[in-house]
Design a protein around this ligand. Sequence first.
Ligand code: URP
Ligand code: ZN
Ligand code: ZN
Length: 455
Amino acid sequence: MDLIIKNGTIVTPTESFQADLGVKDGKVAMIGTELSMEGAKIVDASGMLVLPGAIDVHTHLAMPFGGTVSADSYLSGTRAAACGGVTTVFDYPMQRKGRGIIETVEARKQLCDPEACVDYAFHCCITDLNDGAILDEFEAAVAFGVTSFKCFLVYKKEGMMVDDATLVKVLQKAKETGAMTNIHAENPDLIDLNVEKFLKEGKTSPWYHYLSRPEYVEAEADKRAIHWAKSVEAPLYLVHMADKEGLEAAVAAKRDGYDIYVETCPQYLEYTCDVYKREDGRNFVCSPPMKGKESQDALWKAIQNGTIDTVATDHCPFQSYEKDWGKDDFTKIPNGCAGVENLYPYMLSAANEGKLSFNRVVELCSFNPAKIFGCTSKGSISVGKDADLVIYDPNKDFIVSVNNMHSDYDHTIWEGKKLHGYPVQTFVRGRLVYDNGDFVGEPGYGQYVKRVGRI
Ligand code: URP
Ligand code: ZN
Ligand code: ZN
């Protein structure tokens, strides 16, 4: 063995048990007691939980958006990921008119390869079908390991939105090729209508970001996407679900046997739309916005009863000076917030407080993401899988501050958040990348994860 983690409690989606874990050549090689220690590095995990690394299936690193580029590069974003127990990140390259899928993803892979500190995979956002050429490329993209395609039902002015016909074509082609369609669901026409009205009335604070995209704006688009997915019997993955009505529609479709998956994010579980009334409300501007308490309660209930499938971050931070562009006009605030380093600690702290089980956190943040997005060597602690591991101290208290994060942003919506329990070490394929507050990994160590379809 190269590494033995002794005396810890191993957590899987279904059970927690005390055992030693042996790692050889980056893989989990043995789980048991009395493992041979000859030549192995020993980590004593007494009193600790041993968890599979989280898989954050929703990040936007170095993303051109909102008149600027998101504040975390592939290097700083994956460094932060390592320090928050995330061992694989999924990024969202943006296919643009006239460009192919593989061309788009390859260009981002070139940027990511020398910088990635943890393993990484790509979905691809589709913004234009290039007269059908894009659909013809789905099969090659799947063979390349890109088995999920995202459609935005919003961001019309940004040239990212697709119409319903395009959405249906993508749904059908994804189904045919064994891929998944991911959807950002909000209704653009209603947003425009509301924005125009508020600006005319001189209502420009971040509160009007929420009021221009309230519950019904998201719910209509959730239901529309579900309707089309059901109509063509194609799988559908709703990203960053934030509203109760849309969630209920997704849950009903799941119960009727449709292949519908739901992701939510920690920011929707922690904050409500009231944050937009704060002095620093612009820092919380993301789309969809945080909603009311009723939606938040519904999200927590779905986390607890198993109807939400994944929790991911939508990590897309911007610097304070960029958020300040919208001080006097909420439409000028770049949309997005930080989260990749907070995902696992936040969910695990919630488990520590009894809101859900540690097993369920593992299911939401590691096992289900691997299963839904076809990461065959990741997502659980079992023999033969990658040794992507997190040692978690359930008794370590931690207060989040921009000063103890490992990103490149200058503020965080998580400032001051008290967490009970915190990761103390992260291993990616058996290599230590985070150790008690410090990043100890290496840019370029992270590998591209070539995915298959749903497992
Ligand atoms: O506000 C957000 N969510 N920014 C990132 C892009 C997106 O919509 O996912
Ligand atoms: Zn989105
Ligand atoms: Zn996003």
